[in-house]
Design a protein around this ligand. Structure first.
Ligand SMILES: *[C@@H]1O[C@H](CO)[C@@H](O)[C@H](O)[C@H]1NC(C)=O
Ligand SMILES: *[C@@H]1O[C@H](CO)[C@@H](O)[C@H](O)[C@H]1NC(C)=O
Ligand SMILES: *[C@@H]1O[C@H](CO)[C@@H](O)[C@H](O)[C@H]1NC(C)=O
Ligand SMILES: *[C@@H]1O[C@H](CO)[C@@H](O)[C@H](O)[C@H]1NC(C)=O
Ligand SMILES: *[C@@H]1O[C@H](CO)[C@@H](O)[C@H](O)[C@H]1NC(C)=O
Ligand SMILES: *[C@@H]1O[C@H](CO)[C@@H](O)[C@H](O)[C@H]1NC(C)=O
Ligand SMILES: *[C@@H]1O[C@H](CO)[C@@H](O)[C@H](O)[C@H]1NC(C)=O
Ligand SMILES: *[C@@H]1O[C@H](CO)[C@@H](O)[C@H](O)[C@H]1NC(C)=O
Ligand SMILES: *[C@@H]1O[C@H](CO)[C@@H](O)[C@H](O)[C@H]1NC(C)=O
Length: 611
């Protein structure tokens, strides 16, 4: 008489026991995360009353037995993240009028998208991403009035030609559409202006890594619910439309590796909620608009490989939320680095290489305490290397090559655990130190500085003749400054550098009610440290779920809404901490894993009020 059976999250071995087929009253069967292997047994065909079946996140192989496509009561068919294969039946949906959720992502399915799916008039979620499906998307989505999530990314849909997007306009009839993911396919053609008629609820538009061309239609301004636009690595041309500034809720803007030209529209400054912006690898020209000073939450900005010119607006250096990267390399930018650069206290990567920046490095650069990667190569910088750099204890990669720096190589560089230091093609003189990074020939380059001497024998530099009293005194002065700087910066860092990732928790109690969690996840919430503190009982030991080498994970409950979340606290002071944060964020950005790790938000903060 059992109607509901859930054995989710266990460590079973072997396959799904055939005797489950004898539980003929079963309506709901959930065996997600159970380490189950083997094929789906034929005996399950006796479960004629099944409404919901979830077998996701196991190691199941073989095809989906065809009787599943005959179960007329079925509402949820969810088998993601297995190694299932075969093609989807051409009668999918025909005898299943109640189907709401088809979740088959991250498997090995091949073949076409059955057009019969357009008969699933109750369908809300269609997740077929990360399979090997191919062919034209020859489907009319217009009848899927309730469709919220269409995820077809990571397949081989399309033929790289113009007709591939013919299905697209039919999505304008899906007035509940929130999530549209078609990235990593072979779709050719243009982004039709009918996109302006898409649901105003559309939150995420993913068309990355296809073969799309033409311009971004200005009708995109109608999509006032958009929080993420990802059009990277296509063949889009024309200007970035001024109207993009009307998408006030936008948080993610990825337009990289296309052929966009013209100026970056000033209206982009109206998008005050932007978190990550990548316009790299286009042909954008003109200056960086000063309006970006109103971005208050941006953590990463990448403008490399364009034709931007002029000096960088001071406003850019006020963006103290920048924490992942600021990449302006390979443009034609000029001017000096202002003292305001010291505002970028959380920044990990600063890459201004291959431009025409000039002047001396501002001493305030030493305030950028989180810097790991500093690349100023191939510019026109001059002057001595500032002594104040010695406080940048997290530096790993430093490239100052192809400039006109002069004076001595500072000895404090021996104390920073650098992995790579390129000082080549400058005008440096005198003694090259021998310890730390200088002891590692493959990590250091000093060639093209004709007046250097000393160093380890491998560098083949001339011997230094004598040390003058003058330079001895200078060295002493240095070491005093170093100590002060270290103790100061480590105090600040100890108080400050905490980053958070929130995951929607592993345990989802109501599988069939995903909407709140999804909607929460879809818009990056601003969550303050104070709220996290409260949610975890002050990061109490009771709520500590686990500790890794760079991070700890806590359980947290937001009582306002009763959501259970996992809160990951990264220790940026531990070596590699920041890198692992970036690697994880990068990975998580591309993964959509229904029950496991749904990133709600990431925040990097130096005070109690948080991001
Ligand atoms: C399952 O049902 C079949 C008949 O449908 C019966 O022969 C078998 O013994 C049952 N298995 C168990 C374990 O009860
Ligand atoms: C599906 O149902 C049809 C008729 O309702 C039947 O002919 C067919 O054999 C069934 N297929 C399976 C695999 O049960
Ligand atoms: C299913 O949809 C197709 C078009 O995709 C249509 O020709 C067919 O009549 C529909 N069948 C049912 C049962 O609605
Ligand atoms: C669009 O949706 C309406 C209902 O809102 C429906 O009547 C119509 O048939 C749909 N259009 C298409 C092309 O499916
Ligand atoms: C958008 O919809 C309106 C009416 O609903 C229609 O007149 C217009 O042609 C559509 N625009 C596009 C680009 O499809
Ligand atoms: C958007 O930006 C433009 C140019 O910066 C400005 O003129 C306009 O008033 C802004 N619109 C809104 C709604 O803020
Ligand atoms: C770069 O900018 C300078 C002016 O600052 C200009 O003379 C030069 O032509 C530009 N170079 C390119 C490749 O655009
Ligand atoms: C610095 O940038 C240049 C050009 O953009 C690149 O070739 C070089 O590898 C970078 N250096 C480091 C250490 O990443
Ligand atoms: C480099 O700097 C020196 C002074 O330190 C100056 O004499 C020389 O002209 C500069 N070279 C270039 C290419 O700017």
């Amino acid at each position: 008489m059992i109607t509901f059976l859930s054995l989710s999250k266990n460590d079973f071995t072997g396959g799904i026991p055939p005797l489950l087929g004898n539980l003929t009253s079963l309506e709901i069967l959930i065996l997600t995360y159970c380490q189950l292997g083997g094929k789906i047994p034929d005996s399950l065909k006796q479960l004629k009353k099944l409404r919901k079946i979830g077998l996701g996140e196991n190691g199941l192989v073989g095809a989906i037995p065809s009787f599943f496509f005959n179960l007329s009561m079925l509402e949820v068919l969810s088998f993601p993240e297995n190694q299932l294969q075969g093609s989807l039946p051409s009668n999918l949906c025909l005898s299943q009028p109640r189907l709401k959720w088809i979740g088959l992502h991250t498997n090995n399915f091949t073949g076409f998208l059955p057009p019969s799916i357009s008969n699933c008039s109750k369908l809300e979620i269609l997740e077929l991403n990360f399979n090997d499906l191919n062919g034209k998307i020859a489907m009319d989505f217009g009848r899927l009035q309730h469709l919220r999530d269409l995820s077809l990314g990571g397949n081989k849909f399309g033929s790289k030609d113009g007709g591939d997007m013919n299905f697209f306009h039919s999505l304008s009839n899906c007035s509940d559409l929130i999530y549209l993911e078609l990235s990593y396919n072979q779709l050719g053609g243009v982004l039709q202006s009918s996109i302006g008629n898409f649901s105003s609820k559309l939150s995420s538009l993913g068309l990355d890594s296809n073969y799309l061309s033409g311009t971004i239609p200005s009708s995109i301004r109608n999509l006032l619910g958009l929080t993420a636009i990802s059009l990277g690595s296509n063949g889009f041309t024309g200007m970035i439309p001024e109207s993009i500034g009307e998408l006030q809720t936008l948080q993610i803007l990825f337009l990289h590796n296309n052929h966009f030209s013209g100026a970056i529209p000033r209206s982009i400054g109206n998008l005050s909620l932007l978190v990550e912006v990548t316009l790299a690898g286009n042909s954008l020209e003109g200056t960086i608009p000063s309006t970006i000073g109103s971005w208050k939450q941006v953590i990463g900005l990448d403008l490399q490989g364009n034709k931007l010119s002029g000096s960088v607006p001071k406003e850019l250096f006020q963006l103290s939320s920048l924490s992942i990267s600021l990449i302006l390399s390979q443009n034609n930018l000029s001017g000096v680095l202002p003292q305001e650069i010291g505002n970028l206290k959380l920044l990990g990567i600063l890459d201004f290489s291959m431009n025409r920046f000039t002047g001396e490095l501002p001493s305030s650069l030493s305030s950028c305490a989180s810097l790991e990667n500093l690349n100023l190569s191939s510019n026109l910088f001059y002057g001595s290397l500032p002594g104040s750099f010695s406080s940048l204890k997290g530096l790993e990669y430093v490239d100052l090559s192809h400039n006109n720096f002069s004076g001595h190589v500072p000895t404090y560089l021996q104390q920073i655990p650098l992995k790579h230091l390129d000082l080549s093609y400058n005008n440096l003189e005198d003694k090259v130190p021998v310890k730390g990074v200088f002891a590692n020939t493959s990590a250091i380059s000093v060639i093209g500085n004709t007046r250097l001497c000393g160093g380890i024998p491998h560098l083949h530099l001339p011997k230094c003749t004598s040390t003058t009293r003058d330079s001895k005194r200078r060295i002493q002065k240095h070491s005093i400054r170093v100590i002060v700087a270290i103790s100061l910066s480590s105090t600040i860092a100890g108080l400050a550098l905490l980053s958070f990732i929130l995951f929607y928790c592993c345990i989802k109690k109501k599988r069939d009610k995903p909407s709140e969690a999804r909607i929460l996840a879809e818009s990056f919430e601003k969550i303050s440290y104070a709220r996290l503190f409260k949610a975890t009982g002050g990061f109490s030991a009771e709520n500590l779920i686990g500790t890794g080498s760079f991070s700890s994970v806590y359980k947290g409950v937001f009582d306002e809404k009763g959501f259970i979340v996992a809160i990951k606290v990264l220790n940026l002071l531990r070596r590699g901490g920041f890198k692992s944060f970036m690697a994880e964020s990068e990975a998580l950005r591309n993964i959509r894993h229904r029950n496991l790790v749904k990133v709600i938000t990431a925040c990097s903060s130096i005070d109690f009020q948080g991001c």
